[in-house]
Ligand binder design. Structure first.
Ligand code: 1GP
Length: 253
């Protein structure tokens, strides 16, 4: 199978936003979802109407990331997008990569160092890189991404700080903003913060971390998110109807 289109993945995402009002993305963490279950799960996601799959983690423990991506990609016809924690997660087996800069932090390696190390490889393999401002928001406890990135998240009651970062990202020419509470976060990104960002910039906004029900998906979309990402919560679901509730909560049209 695999996503086959002349359209770039970025254009595909923008079209989803235009045509469906907003979109729903599922994060696959290669360390958590086993190889034998992953094909089934990816197919279920695609059948339920998930718009694209993100694959990646802040700490890769397993070997064979590239094979994992290839396995997922060959099972579905929606885009498979790398959501990288480091250069080791760059592979030509995906349809695109969120070329993240952890703009909320002041760790130079994650602002520009990893990007410089990855860029030649991404160019060589011809992978579509989607420039993304990754903003980590405080969410009640220390998350893996906070610990591993050695950066401080932005306080969740300071929307003005997030807005300033989002504006800087847009002025730097970045194509997406990802507001991240952290995988498994105790609290998701506040709706008020989403509203503040959406009213200040024109680039699409992805929101993820700690989202565990369809109502919360709907709330993030109502606040203005273009895409909602869910990882943890859906990994162990056994029925497609539940998955569909999440997808339908995101699609306004
Ligand atoms: C993490 O935003 C994603 O980067 C998803 O988080 O696993 O908490 O859904 P969860």
């Amino acid at each position: 199978m695999a996503y086959k289109s002349n359209k770039s993945v970025y254009k595909y995402l923008k079209d989803i936003k235009e045509e469906r009002g907003a979109g729903f993305l599922v994060l696959l963490d290669p360390d958590r979802s086993s190889r034998d279950k992953i094909v089934d799960y990816a197919v279920q996601c695609s059948k339920a109407g998930v718009d694209a799959l993100l694959v990646g983690t802040s700490l890769l423990m397993e070997n064979g990331f590239s094979d994992y991506v290839e396995t997922v990609r060959s099972a579905v016809d929606i885009p498979v997008i790398i959501f990288p924690g480091e250069k080791a997660q760059v592979t030509e087996k995906a349809d695109a990569i969120l070329f993240l800069s952890l703009l909320s932090g002041r760790n130079p390696e994650l602002l520009i160092g990893e990007q410089v190390k990855s860029a030649p490889l991404i160019k060589t393999i011809g992978l579509e890189a989607i420039s993304t401002a990754y903003l980590l928001i405080e969410s009640g406890r220390i998350t893996s991404v906070e610990f591993m990135s050695n950066t401080k998240p932005i306080p969740s009651d300071k929307p003005e700080i997030v807005v300033a970062h989002a504006m800087a990202a847009e002025m730097l020419g970045m194509k997406l903003i990802y507001l991240e509470a952290g995988s498994g976060a105790a609290r998701s990104v506040p709706d008020e913060m989403i509203r503040a960002v959406v009213s200040s910039v024109d680039i699409p906004l992805i929101v993820g971390g700690g989202i565990r029900d369809a109502e919360t998906v709907a709330a993030k979309i109502a606040a203005g998110a273009s895409f909602v990402v869910v990882g943890n919560h859906l990994e162990n679901i056994t029925n497609q109807a539940e998955l569909k509730l999440f997808v339908d909560a995101a699609h306004k049209k």
